[in-house]
Design a protein around this ligand. Structure first.
Ligand code: ADP
Length: 614
């Protein structure tokens, strides 16, 4: 059965109740109509007839009076006129006998009327006035009264019947009303109840369907609507189940693809040799590759399935530090140098430690939203080993060069000074050039020795308290002639109140000599160099400023690295000067910084803590 038919069926009890009420009211009004009709037909006609008979009788009586009074003509006319009327009405009455006692009363009326009629004929035959009068009073009048009474009796009978019937009609109308009201109420209640029950039964599968849809929405892919009906709701339920099937299929397939993609991604990071850890925004570890498992002891927590780092606290701290830094900085985190590498002893490495250099990148969505951080621990063990080898080599070479170089310098010096015999001009030129080169060689060897000492962590400082002013003056003095030769202005700017610093003067002189030497070397002829002292609170700055070519932004950090020389720097040092200067300054608890714009000169600034006033 269709839903429409069912809904229509559900309305039938109510409709039935309405029809019942309509039938009942029809019956009621028909009964009432019949009652009224019977009053009209049975009684009203008799009442009318009785009234008319009485009226005719009155007229006949007054006609008799006229005759007594001597107006025979008039009296006769009136009487003749009313006899048939009476007769006609009496016939009507005789044919309309309906009430109990009415037949007898009608017979009495007929008899009285007959007697009166006969008496009237006799009365009219009477001669004189006296005889007429006597006849009237003795015969006519009593018969008139009797006939009238008989008519009255019929009148009364019918009027009583009318009153009775009216009361009866009222009572039955009342009764009908009560019955109707009760029936209407009862039928409506039953109809409503039945309709509600039916409607509920029709619609109950809809709530089943609704619940199923809700559970499906919550992710229960196995749930189906159990509705076995043939109507539209049944069709809807079947369509719904079909949709749920397709959804489940789709879910399975997309889950499969997702799993595959995840496995591919995992395989990709597993193939990388360096440990990689992927964190979400809250810092929970989402994923880690094999290298991380091996080196950092990342395990998957049995209970939660979440990966966990069981590495030593030192590494966890480093990972946490770079993760937080990458979260705060859009560029992620890149290490400043190899000295940031951390030493790790991986399980089963037989004491072969590895050095890991931490680096972190932000993981963002296509729209640029930050979703996590990837921490990469680059294995720099081999690089560091090479570095160490190179350092050892450098240290050995420098050390081995020192003694022969000293005697070489001495020999060249003595020859150039002609202490061992005179030289001709050509020989003198050659010896002086050789002397300059041995000096440079000595400088390089010194730098290399300093470097190896620094790298071995063996830089001992012999601190002394000196005034900043004397430090600057002493640094400038040896360069005066070189500056003059190159036509450079070399000036100092020493304001009063610079105070003192506690430094290893020899090494600090080396720092300043490196900076001033560079300024002279790289500033073209005609330029100006200023060595300036400055003080801010408890910090002293010694600045070397030149108006030379300047240093492009991309090299401003690299110039402090060892062996770094800017492209096109020409012959000169070994790229160690600034590195050594930086290391010495750091060892003093200070800082060496550079401010430069290409084409606008460079400003190297040595920042040192001022010594407390004595
Ligand atoms: P080097 O022995 O080559 O001078 P440094 O470490 O002292 O090594 O300097 C590194 C590089 O920095 C130099 O090769 C040079 O290109 C650049 N540099 C240093 N000082 C200056 C300066 N005052 N002006 C321009 N470039 C400079």
């Amino acid at each position: 059965m269709t839903l429409r038919a069912k809904i229509l069926l559900a309305q039938t009890p109510l409709a039935g109740a309405l029809i019942l009420i309509a039938v009942l009211s029809g019956i009621t009004s028909a009964a009432l109509g019949r009652n009224v009709a019977s009053i009209l037909q049975d009684n009203y006609r008799s009442v009318l007839a009785a009234e008319r008979m009485k009226e005719s009788l009155e007229r006949i009586d007054s006609a008799a009076m006229f005759i007594v009074a001597g107006e025979r003509g008039r009296g006769m006319a009136q009487a003749e006129q009313n006899f048939p009327r009476f007769e006609a009405e009496l016939t009507v009455q005789q044919n309309n006998i309906t009430e109990r006692g009415e037949p007898e009363a009608t017979i009495v009326l007929r008899q009285s009327w007959n007697a009166y009629r006969a008496a009237f004929d006799r009365f009219v035959g009477g001669g004189n006035h006296a005889a007429l009068e006597a006849s009237y009073f003795e015969t006519m009048n009593p018969l008139f009264v009797a006939t009238k009474n008989a008519a009255d009796r019929i009148l009364d009978l019918n009027q009583d019947a009318m009153v009775r019937k009216r009361d009866q009609a009222r009572r039955s109308a009342k009764r009908f009303n009560a019955v109707m009201l009760a029936t209407a109420l009862l039928a409506s209640l039953i109809g409503l109840g039945a309709s509600t029950v039916l409607t509920r039964r029709i619609l109950s599968p809809l709530s089943v369907l609704g619940q199923t849809a809700r559970r499906l929405g919550e992710g229960d892919m196995e749930v189906r609507a159990k509705v076995s009906r043939q109507d539209e709701i049944g069709t809807l339920a079947r369509d719904f189940n079909l949709m749920a099937d397709r959804l489940a299929q789709y879910r399975h397939s997309s889950l499969g693809e997702l799993l595959q993609a995840q496995q591919q991604a995992q395989a990709a990071i597993d193939s990388l040799p360096d440990p990689i850890l992927i964190f979400d925004l809250e810092g929970s570890l989402l994923s880690a590759n094999r290298a991380a498992e091996r080196v950092l002891h990342v395990t998957v927590e049995e209970s939660t399935g979440a990966p966990m780092v069981r590495a030593e606290p030192q590494i966890r701290a480093v990972v946490e530090k770079v993760r937080v830094k990458a979260l705060a900085d859009e560029a992620g985190y890149a290490p400043g140098g190899f000295d940031e590498a951390v030493r790790v002893s991986p399980a089963g490495s037989d004491g072969n430690d590895v050095f890991l250099l931490p680096r972190a990148a932000r993981v963002t969505t296509e729209q640029g939203g930050l979703v996590g951080v990837t921490v990469i621990l680059q294995d720099v063990t081999r690089v560091l080993r090479f570095d160490e080898l190179k350092n050892n080599l450098v240290a050995t070479v420098a050390h081995e060069f020192r003694t022969p170089l000293t005697s070489l310098r001495m020999a060249v010096h003595l020859c150039a000074e002609e202490s061992v015999g005179p030289l001709n001009d050509k020989q003198l030129d050659l010896m002086q050039a050789a002397r300059q080169d041995t000096e440079r060689l000595q400088q390089i060897v010194d730098d290399l020795l300093d470097l190896s000492r620094i790298q071995a962590g063996r830089m001992e400082l012999h601190r002394r308290r000196v005034s900043v002013e004397s430090l600057i003056r002493e640094a400038i003095a040896p360069f005066a002639s070189a500056a003059r030769d190159k036509n450079l202005g070399l000036k100092s700017d020493i304001p009063p109140g610079l105070g003192e610093v506690d430094v290893d003067t020899e090494r600090m002189q080396l720092v300043l000599a490196n900076l001033i030497g560079n300024a002279i070397r790289y500033t073209p002829a005609g330029g100006a160099i200023v060595v300036r002292g400055r003080r801010a609170d408890t910090t002293v700055f010694v600045e070397v400023q030149d108006d030379g070519p300047g240093i492009p932004k991309q090299y401003q950090t690299a110039v402090f690295d060892k062996f770094f020389r800017m492209p096109g720097s020409g012959s000169g040092g070994a790229g160690l000067g600034l590195y050594i200067a930086k290391e010495i300054t750091l060892a003093h608890g200070g800082r060496l910084s550079l401010t430069s714009e290409p084409g606008q000169g460079s400003l190297f600034s040595v920042e040192l803590p001022a010594s407390a006033a004595a």
